[in-house]
Design a protein around this ligand. Structure first.
Ligand SMILES: [Fe+2]
Length: 395
């Protein structure tokens, strides 16, 4: 039986014209036990629509791993590798807990959890902007329901390992409570009504398409170099109020104080990643981990008038790196471009990790239980950048 795809239920805040191809609900099949043909249709749909949502399905951790691996049969280990727990200074350390019999599937959420998938007792801690942003929402405003995006990101180690193609996120238990108002607090007055503890998604394709020509030209010519052990490197630093990148105040861990690292394991990726099915370009940068931008010169024969960095550039000043990235990325997280999913128990979301950015949102009290199973696998290859045709079109 062919799979049935219907548009995602968009909130009133979302601009429908920007979500025409983005996101689909998949109906009529069991994602934990589907035929090879159905699996192939799911894979195609994921690349065409970036986010797939299955409502009210039963999925064991083993089935979740199998589904995730189907997108990259040669992948094996968790997206952040198998030794995440030993990196105690990583900002991810407290957020992830492997399920013992299927360690590629991680438990995330909030509250005390007992006898769950082989874990006798686990304390899950919701990631809140209060432990990561430079400024925070006051307790008084928090009580009124104001909150923030936590951290816009790609799921990827960004050191040694290749960014996973897909992440699967299964809601075992969703906290109940009123919607919150996510504030951007960046002087724009932007804010977004969000379901409690939502996961918010934005499109990397839209991020690219929104850019003016001179920034499209930079994007198609640029590569992003990431810091070694980026999550240890960024740990002492503090993020912007939008959750989109770090404030530059020199707080990053000095490179010579990081765990041992090797130059050849450092990741440098194109700024634009090419969708393997549609060939569309997505602007895919984890702004917190970027340490340097490398821009190629304008190709010979292309117009140089109005071009930025026409002779190419190596941008190593962190403030300049981050200012440029913010100029390119901030427009795409505008409230009308964000899809904040309203989760129910047993919802499953598959997202194209090479085509979207996402973030957890919101503030939870210690007794508000949130339990999710998350799986992604370090990919068997690196993302593909723009083709020669893309470069001649956009440079
Ligand atoms: Fe994530």
């Amino acid at each position: 039986m062919a799979i049935e795809l219907t548009p995602l239920p968009l909130p009133p805040s979302a601009e429908p014209s920007k979500f025409e191809t983005f996101g689909r609900e998949v109906k009529g099949i069991n994602p934990g036990n589907c035929t090879i043909e159905q699996l192939e249709e799911i894979k195609q749909a994921l690349y065409r629509h970036e986010v797939l949502f299955f409502h009210n399905v039963v999925l064991t951790p083993e089935q979740q791993l199998k589904l995730t691996k189907a997108f990259d049969p040669d992948s094996e280990i968790y997206g952040h590798g198998g030794k995440l727990g030993s990196e105690k200074s990583s900002i991810l350390h407290s957020a992830l807990q492997a399920i013992p019999r299927v360690p590629q599937v991680q438990l995330i959420g909030n509250g005390m959890l007992y006898n769950h998938e082989g874990l006798a007792e686990t304390r899950l801690k919701h990631l809140t902007h209060k432990t990561f942003h430079k400024t925070v929402v006051s307790t008084e405003d928090e009580q009124k329901g104001f909150t923030r995006f936590y951290r816009w990101h790609i799921d990827a180690a960004l050191y040694d390992l290749s960014p996973p193609r897909v992440t699967t996120l299964y809601a075992v238990r969703v906290p109940e409570g009123p919607n919150q108002i996510c504030r951007y607090d960046d002087g724009t007055g932007d804010e977004l009504d969000v379901p409690l503890a939502t996961t918010a998604f934005i499109s990397g394709q839209t991020m690219f398409q929104l850019l003016p020509p001179e920034l499209k030209s930079v994007a198609v010519r640029a590569e992003v170099k990431y810091a070694p052990h980026p999550y240890v490197w960024m740990a002492p630093a503090r993020a912007k109020s939008t959750g989109l990148g770090i404030v530059s105040e020199g707080l990053e861990t000095p490179l010579d104080q990081l765990p041992p690292w090797a130059e050849d394991k450092i990741k440098t990726h194109p700024m634009l990643w090419r969708n393997p099915v549609t060939n569309m370009l997505s602007l895919q940068v984890h702004p917190c981990g970027a340490i340097e931008l490398i821009v190629s010169p304008i190709p010979s024969g292309a117009a140089r008038e109005g071009a930025l960095y026409p002779d190419g550039a190596r941008i190593t000043d962190l403030e300049e790196v981050r200012d440029l990235l913010d100029r390119m990325q901030r427009p795409a997280i505008a409230p009308n471009l964000v899809y904040p999913h309203k989760w129910s128990n047993n919802d499953l979301i598959l997202f194209h990790n090479r085509g979207v950015l996402h973030t957890v949102v919101g503030t939870l009290q210690p007794n508000q239980m949130r339990v999710y199973h998350q799986c992604n696998l370090a990919a068997s290859d690196d993302p593909t950048g723009p083709s020669n045709e893309d470069i001649s079109q956009w440079a």
